[in-house]
Design a protein around this ligand. Structure first.
Ligand SMILES: Cc1cc2nc3c(=O)[nH]c(=O)nc-3n(C[C@H](O)[C@H](O)[C@H](O)COP(=O)(O)OP(=O)(O)OC[C@H]3O[C@@H](n4cnc5c(N)ncnc54)[C@H](O)[C@@H]3O)c2cc1C
Length: 379
């Protein structure tokens, strides 16, 4: 029987594992460090103190026949086709799906020691505890991308006693169109968020140092400015890009190791507009496409090339507001955007969609929205 190992039960690994289980007779083992399915899309809600539903991985895959192993992957021997986890246990594979996501880039001095990051549910919870203890003072959110903006607005709404500073190298949410961005800026102003543009040179225990020498005092600093792949892939000798992501071909197969497939945030996937950036929107389709490629190879067929076009940039502004920027396939903004109550509903539908998607996949079905974004599943 073919042994397929899926590393990582986040959004993309889960999609790949369930699709493979529904469409092949292979034995599938899914390995993840925590027993919990982490809704990474909602980590800013956790950080702001919201208690989210706890989804056990074992429950999500119930009835699929997938074997779940709770363990941290420590090493991959890509020549021997073996993966070692905590405690020295070794798993062999015929095909490997690498879906371990990305971690915060800790290269900025002081980030590793003094900043809060979103590497796990526990770390977001740790920030929630810290914010709950403060009772006042300044919180700096570093990073003007969508994760930074969602975090700043969520924290400002949940903790009106705190002064939130959003620190961005350039304009925050620069990827959005003018209308959506103006709406966001007005909302941040209403929430009392101080938006600052400037390069950070160091994170200190009690502040953030800017390139002009100014120090912004901070009782808690959240760092959202940049992620990279885990070192495991490069250590295994797989070809990676400058961000540590596994370089794959158009069927999502490693360019250096043909029995390894990489998906989601941990893969460098080229499209006509450039290399895809890490989103759940594009990530779940990559999980399905890698599964499709493996299914095709096992059936002796030629896998279809993976094509993906972005559709939207959904942004929550706390729990009561939001703005959705619709995009062209290359992620550049269209004129159309959604705001206010409709955007809140839209965003919640998007954030809540992965779990129902997995239930459909377990039945061998693919949700309609996926067909709109992707051309080329191999199955
Ligand atoms: C606050 C926030 C908001 C976001 N909002 C959006 C949004 O609105 N829309 C959108 O499209 N994207 C959004 N994203 C990005 C999105 O969450 C990621 O692109 C997505 O999670 C990538 O999925 P993945 O499966 O590649 O990685 P992950 O979901 O991170 O899954 C990786 C899995 O691997 C496990 N793992 C890691 N290392 C090991 C190891 N050594 N051993 C075993 N297991 C391991 C982890 O526990 C995890 O379960 C957001 C991200 C954040 C942080």
């Amino acid at each position: 029987m073919t042994e397929i190992l899926v590393l990582g039960a986040g959004y993309t690994g889960m999609a790949a594992a369930i699709r493979l289980a529904a469409k092949t007779r292979a034995h599938i083992t899914l390995i993840n460090a925590s027993p919990r399915f982490t809704e990474r899309l909602r980590l800013h809600q956790t950080a702001a103190g919201e208690k989210l539903a706890d989804h056990a991985i074992q429950d999500v895959i119930s009835g699929t026949g997938i074997d779940f192993v709770q363990a941290r992957v420590r090493g991959i021997d890509a020549e021997r086709h073996e993966v070692t986890v905590d405690g020295g246990r070794v798993f062999g594979y015929d095909k490997l799906v690498y879906a371990l996501g990305a971690v915060t880039d800790l290269s900025m001095p002081g980030v590793a020691e003094h900043a809060f990051v979103y590497n796990s549910y526990r770390e977001a919870e740790r920030l929630a505890v810290r914010l709950g203890e403060l009772g006042g003072g300044t919180v700096v959110v570093a990073g003007g991308g969508l994760t930074g903006v969602e975090s700043a607005t969520e924290i400002a709404e949940a903790h009106p006693e705190l002064h939130v500073v959003l620190l961005s190298r350039g304009r925050p949410a620069a990827m959005m169109g003018r209308g959506a961005r103006d709406y966001l800026m007005r909302a941040m102003d209403r929430l009392g968020i101080e938006v600052r543009e400037g390069g950070v040179t160091k994170v200190l225990p009690d502040g953030v140092e800017l390139s002009d020498g100014e120090i912004i005092p901070s009782e808690a600093t959240l760092w959202t400015a940049g992620t990279k792949g885990l070192p495991l892939a490069a250590q295994a000798g797989l070809t990676v890009d400058a961000h540590g992501r596994i370089v794959v071909d158009e069927t999502l197969r490693s360019v250096s190791h043909p029995d390894v497939y990489a998906v989601g945030d941990s893969a460098a996937i080229s499209q006509s507009y450039g290399v895809m950036h890490g989103t759940c929107q594009g990530g779940i389709p990559t999980g399905l496409a890698a599964a499709g490629s493996i299914i095709a190879v096992l059936r002796g067929r030629r896998p279809k090339p993976f094509r993906f076009g972005y559709f939207h940039q959904p942004l929550s502004i706390g729990r009561k507001d939001g703005v959705i920027q619709f995009t062209r396939p290359d992620d550049s903004p269209r004129r159309a955007y959604l705001k206010g109550a409709w955007a809140v509903r839209y965003k919640e539908t998007v954030s809540g969609s992965p779990l129902p998607t997995y239930r459909l996949l377990a039945k061998g079905l693919v949700p309609v929205w996926m067909f709109l974004l992707v051309v080329g599943f191999g199955s």
